[in-house]
Design a protein around this ligand. Structure first.
Ligand code: UDP
Length: 237
């Protein structure tokens, strides 16, 4: 089967990993994602996954009342670590060779994120799940996802969202919202109605011409379809 991409980055938010719960992790849903990811890995596609942490902690929300922003972001990064560890185990349980690499120093729980090590795992056909974003505060995992995709020569950032792409207006509020199949970086940055990814992430993607696909990963075969270059979601390029 032909695929459009050979090495891809999938960004999963913490909110998605909470699935049917308000917070924490939904292991059934993680298992479902694992089976979807397996379809991609079985095609020989190299898969990097950046996980968010919003189901446990987000720096911007925690900061204040005595907690410094840097500390709050460190808490956020540790939240991503919990998701990454759980996802790694669930992936392995579903028969996918997987490694969890951490951008924060945590040798007792995960291998350190080292460029060459990540490459080696990917070349050996292992899925690489990255914890801790890129390990620095004042960033989100969206920005970290774009940065990591650039660092690892991924051909596309696949950002899984609740909606199945970019719309002209919020589809939950407006019946006449129209889905766009393609959007330019400029449009995504300038149009106030498009709030699908933070501006820092979008700016970095634009500067380095890294395409971003916004799509609903919770639909069966959608992750595989994006990799195959089939029309899914919205491509920002
Ligand atoms: N974070 C950070 N540096 C990074 C990535 C993440 O400081 O490189 C922190 C930040 O506080 C962020 C939190 O980790 O709010 C969790 O990530 P994010 O909010 O992106 O998770 P998501 O919304 O995708 O679940």
């Amino acid at each position: 089967m032909t695929t459009k991409y050979q090495r891809v980055l999938l960004k999963l938010s913490g909110e998605q990993l909470a699935g049917k719960y308000d917070s924490g992790i939904d292991t059934d849903l993680m298992g479902w994602i694992a089976d979807e990811a397996k379809k991609v890995a079985d095609q020989g596609i190299q898969l990097v996954i950046m996980v968010g942490g919003g189901n446990f902690a987000r720096g911007a929300q925690i900061a204040g009342h005595g907690i410094r922003r840097v500390t709050a972001d460190q808490m956020g990064m540790l939240a991503t670590m919990m998701n990454a560890l759980a996802l790694t185990d669930v992936f392995e349980h579903h028969g996918i060779r997987t490694r969890c690499l951490s951008s924060v120093f945590a040798e007792q729980v995960a291998e350190p994120f080292v460029h060459r090590l990540a490459n080696k795992h990917l070349e050996k056909g292992r899925v690489v799940i990255v914890a801790g974003g890129i390990g620095r505060p004042y960033l989100t995992t969206d920005t970290a996802a774009v940065s990591l995709a650039l660092e690892l020569d991924c051909e596309v950032v696949m950002k899984a969202t609740k909606v199945d792409g970019v719309y002209t207006k919020d589809p939950a509020k407006f019946d006449d919202a129209v889905k766009l199949t393609e959007v330019s970086f400029q449009q995504a940055l300038e149009d106030g109605a498009i709030k699908i990814m933070d501006k820092a992430a979008m700016g970095l993607a634009m500067e380095h011409e890294m395409p971003v696909v916004i799509f609903d990963a919770m639909q069966e075969n959608n992750i595989l379809r994006v990799v195959q270059g089939k029309p899914v979601g919205t491509t920002i390029k």
